[in-house]
Design a protein around this ligand. Structure first.
Ligand code: HEC
Length: 458
């Protein structure tokens, strides 16, 4: 028995020694690759520049261009970037903002070094060589880049500023509620000190943008969480498109155009309209009657979005110019209502439609007609979030949903002592779907939060 124990102990010691020696060898190899361009068996690595020039061994070593500390070097107008592992794997690394937000992992680094393409598909300048490294060499190189991250961490990371954006107190009740909810996130979701949120309270959109610019000129690394931009979504979207500022949980009427800097967006009004058309198609409607207000550019714009979506789904869309003396020609088909609800009963009083599709922006529960034929009308309201609490089933106010999601995001920052944004956050279970017909009128009314399509699989 005793000998067995001793035998096992020896096995453990030997195993430990072997693995630590392997670790040491990896580090030595990683360093040789980085500093001397020497790989397995002391071979000279090859690097090929975009213009065909071949570099070998020490001429191809990363250190020549990226510097001894890995933080990058500028030379003759050309900048070799910071390639410390902490930077390459951080979606919010200030050095990479505006360039790429897709973090690297070992296999994508291998791809990049072989092909000169970043994980997001963009091409690197021809000044960065393409290398002929083996899998073991890549693994060793990653260890070296990790080691460089650790030595550099004695200097404090550049400041990340978490900002919320809301009108000045007293101007908008929903905004005031949102601020209050986020400031009082549940104890378990209390943000880490490095992740506490600062509110920018603005008088008007000009004032908001001016204040945000003030933060940018301080070279702060900005992460905008749950900005309240209701009524000027379009201007805000335009501003963020020209800024390397990451925005989390925005509400906008335009679908933010594929930007990596918009994370965890709530489905825009455009997306809600698209979804409503999809619902009509799923229900095998023969067509949809569209009602817009031609004097209102937003209504007109959303009508165009509906038109495009209907076309791709081969669903006939009939535009009805709402007027007191006219009636929709096909009252049996769903009506997509894209204008304020107060005119609805006046315009279509006699022929209550069977189904009304409407985004929550235009929907007002208090204006739903309750008489005669309207009792049978089926309302499908698209929301940018699930309007019901999944556990209690209770109806939630927009500020509550928005605020809770912001707390969830802040809590994910709290879980990470470095205050970095943990990208593996999942806001599910909120599928983008309107549930099938049920007898519960409210349950039919949801379109929910989209999860971030750019969330990296780790
Ligand atoms: C001859 C100079 C040179 C050498 C040698 C070199 N690089 Fe680069 N590297 C660059 C330049 C310049 C860029 C920026 C290219 C751009 O911005 O399009 C770059 C970009 C990169 C990127 C992309 C970073 C990002 O933000 O996406 C990675 C990763 C990288 N290098 C890794 C390495 C590694 C690892 C080595 C050594 C095996 C190495 N480089 C050797 C010049 C070099």
């Amino acid at each position: 028995m005793l000998s067995l124990v001793i035998g096992l102990a020896c096995l453990f010691v030997a195993g430990g020694l072997a693995s630590s020696r392997a670790g040491e060898m990896t580090l030595i190899l990683g360093r040789a690759l980085y500093e001397q361009g020497r790989g397995v068996g002391d071979r000279e690595i090859q690097g090929k520049l975009g213009n065909g020039v071949e570099l070998a061994g020490s001429a191809a070593a990363c250190v020549n261009c990226h510097g001894r500390d890995g933080r990058g070097v500028s030379e003759g107008g050309l900048r070799a970037p910071d390639i410390r592992w902490s930077t390459l794997t951080d979606r919010f690394a200030p050095a990479r903002q505006g360039v790429v937000a897709v973090p690297y992992d070992q296999s994508s680094l291998a791809q990049t070094l072989a092909t000169g393409r970043r994980p997001d598909g963009s091409g690197l300048s021809p000044a960065m060589p393409r290398f002929d490294l083996t899998e073991n060499e890549i693994a060793a190189l990653v260890e070296q880049l990790i080691a460089l991250s650790a030595t550099a961490s004695s200097t404090p990371p550049p400041g990340r500023v978490l900002l919320g954006l809301a009108p000045q107190p007293g101007l908008d009740r929903t905004a005031d509620q949102l601020v209050q909810i986020v400031d009082q996130c549940p104890e378990t979701m209390r943000p880490h000190p490095t992740a506490s949120i600062q509110w920018v309270r603005y008088r008007n959109p000009d004032d908001a943008l001016r204040q945000l610019e003030g933060f940018r000129s301080r070279e702060a690394d900005l992460l905008l969480v749950a900005p309240y931009v209701v009524g000027w979504e379009d201007r805000f979207a335009e501003w963020t498109a020209s800024q390397p500022v990451t925005v989390v949980l925005p509400v906008a009427f335009r679908n933010p155009a594929g930007s990596e800097l918009w994370l965890y967006r709530l489905p825009s009004v455009e997306r809600q309209v698209e979804r409503l058309i999809e619902v009509a198609a799923e229900r095998h409607a023969g067509g949809v009657t569209l009602v817009i207000d031609p004097r209102d550019p937003l209504s007109e714009h959303l009508g165009a979005v509906a038109g495009r979506t209907a076309e791709t789904l081969n669903l006939p869309l009939e535009r009805w110019v709402a007027h007191e003396r006219t009636q929709p020609s096909r009252p049996e088909q769903p009506l997509l209502w894209l204008r304020p609800m107060k005119e609805m009963e006046r315009f279509i009083g006699h022929t209550a439609p069977r189904t009304i599709l409407i985004p929550s922006l235009f929907y007002q529960q208090s204006r739903v007609p309750k008489t005669g034929r309207w009792v049978k009308t089926d309302w499908v309201v698209a929301y940018p979030y699930s309007p019901r609490d999944s556990s209690t089933g209770r109806w939630l106010a927009p500020a509550t949903v928005w605020g809770r999601a912001a707390c969830t995001i802040l809590a994910s920052l709290a879980g990470d002592p470095s205050g970095e944004f943990s990208t593996s956050l999942d806001l599910a279970p909120w599928p983008v779907a309107i549930p099938p017909r049920t007898s519960d009128a409210e349950a039919r009314t949801r379109v929910s939060v989209m999860t971030n399509p750019h969330r990296p699989q780790r």
